[in-house]
Design a protein around this ligand. Structure first.
Ligand SMILES: Cc1ncc(COP(=O)(O)O)c(C=O)c1O
Length: 389
């Protein structure tokens, strides 16, 4: 199992904190945004005498509520097309385990959410990365590049839309390009859409469930973690109209018995969240993103494309090795007693030596903390011994 690049430097952050430094956590997608009150109230008001298992696919009332949520945003799914999971994480595991046998291959545009490596390892699946570049903001590679990677063992393409760690948002045309590839080669298209609500600047998020011709091919991974800023409730879902696929996923679901009961209670209540919540949260992320991207690009030698969605940015730093730098800034640097923790981006690539001068920054902290973090990064880069001029 590969180590998570998001958490591997935690011991250095702990040591820095024990030494009295304040550490701004830009390494992890844990937002500081409040969870909707309706969800918290539902947990507080729980009055059953026993905390029971639920159906392996989740409470029927919750599945029906989820189907209604999708229908309201123009995605036509029935509650029998979805299954509640323990976070989007388990939905990813179910998807990989259900679509691919041991030794088969999944193509993933890189850089990608680092835990795809871990989930693939756990499912015995081989990741075939397809390179995207910081130079064009991580756009989808040409169809010919995909075709070069397809072998008889290729069974799926996995995308993250909007992307973690790139913030890239796929256009409808790009999704149609992917549709043509998956139909031609009879593959699954697994789309991780856990950041669906976070599409900025008037850009529209397109779900693979709304791309014609993909009924048997499309699988969506979803989660309540980021949508309602309730990562700890551990509730997500897997959606597909492919009945055989869902029947297989149900076997995995039955083996683990049930998704979390309290999480589902919170998830079901959260469906009542007012639309104004998302507007407010989205506006907050946009202003954080603008502050961060502008601030980073002003630092000499730093390149940071502007993300169109999610709440992460990849920044290229003028350093020899971003992981060494990320460790150094925790161990040996502070600005007035404060420092930052970032995620070295190499762990978001599966091609060796790629992304070694990049970091992922999550803009999940308030603007004051973000501004301080930018100042710390700029000051650190001025004195870092491994700086490349
Ligand atoms: C792209 C992506 N997919 C899936 C997940 C898993 O989230 P969870 O298991 O909390 O739903 C995350 C978490 O950060 C993520 O960024």
């Amino acid at each position: 199992m590969p180590k998570s690049p998001i958490r591997k430097l935690v011991p250095f952050a702990e040591t820095a904190k024990k030494a009295g430094k304040k550490v701004y956590h830009l390494n992890i997608g844990q937002p500081d945004i409040s969870t909707p009150k309706v969800a918290l109230d539902a947990i507080h008001n729980f009055s059953d005498k026993v905390v029971e298992y639920s159906h392996s696919a989740g409470f029927e009332s919750y599945r029906k509520g989820l189907a209604n949520y999708y229908q309201n945003i123009g995605i036509d799914v029935d509650y029998t097309d979805l299954m509640v999971t323990t976070g989007g994480s388990e939905a990813l595991l179910f998807a990989l385990n259900s679509c691919l046998d041991n030794g088969e291959e999944v193509i993933i545009p890189e850089p990608f959410y680092a835990n795809y490596n871990g989930f693939s390892t756990s499912a015995g699946v081989k990741v075939k990365p397809i390179a995207t570049s910081i130079d064009d903001g991580f756009a989808l590679p040409a169809i010919a590049e995909f075709e070069k990677l397809i072998t008889p063992k290729t069974k799926a393409i996995l995308i993250c839309n909007p992307g973690n760690p790139t913030g890239y948002l796929y256009s409808k045309e790009e999704l149609e390009t992917l549709r043509n590839i998956v139909i031609k080669h009879d593959l699954f298209l697994i789309a991780d859409e856990v950041y669906r609500e976070f599409a900025y600047d008037g850009h529209i998020h397109h779900s693979v469930l709304n791309i014609d011709g993909l009924t048997e091919h499309a699988i969506v991974i979803d989660s309540t973690s980021k949508r309602y800023s309730m990562c700890g409730v551990r509730v997500g879902c897997i959606i597909s109209k492919n009945k055989a696929l869902m029947a297989t996923a149900l076997k995995f679901a039955q083996a683990r018995l049930s998704p979390p009961t309290f999480g589902q209670i919170a998830g079901e209540a959260a469906l009542k969240t007012d639309a104004s919540y998302f507007k407010q949260v989205s506006a907050e992320y946009v202003s954080r993103r603008d502050l961060l991207v502008e601030g980073l690009n002003k630092i000499e030698g730093v390149i940071c494309p502007k993300p169109k969605g999610a709440f992460y940015a990849i920044a290229q730093l003028p350093v020899d090795d971003a992981e060494k730098f990320a460790q150094w800034i925790l161990e040996d640097f502070d600005l007035n007693g404060e420092t930052i923790m970032v995620a070295p981006a190499a762990g978001f690539y599966s091609t060796p030596n790629k992304g070694i001068n990049q970091v992922r920054i999550a803009y999940v902290l308030n603007k004051e903390a973000l501004q301080k973090s930018i100042d710390i990064l700029a000051a650190a880069l001025r004195v870092y011994p491994g700086r490349i001029l």
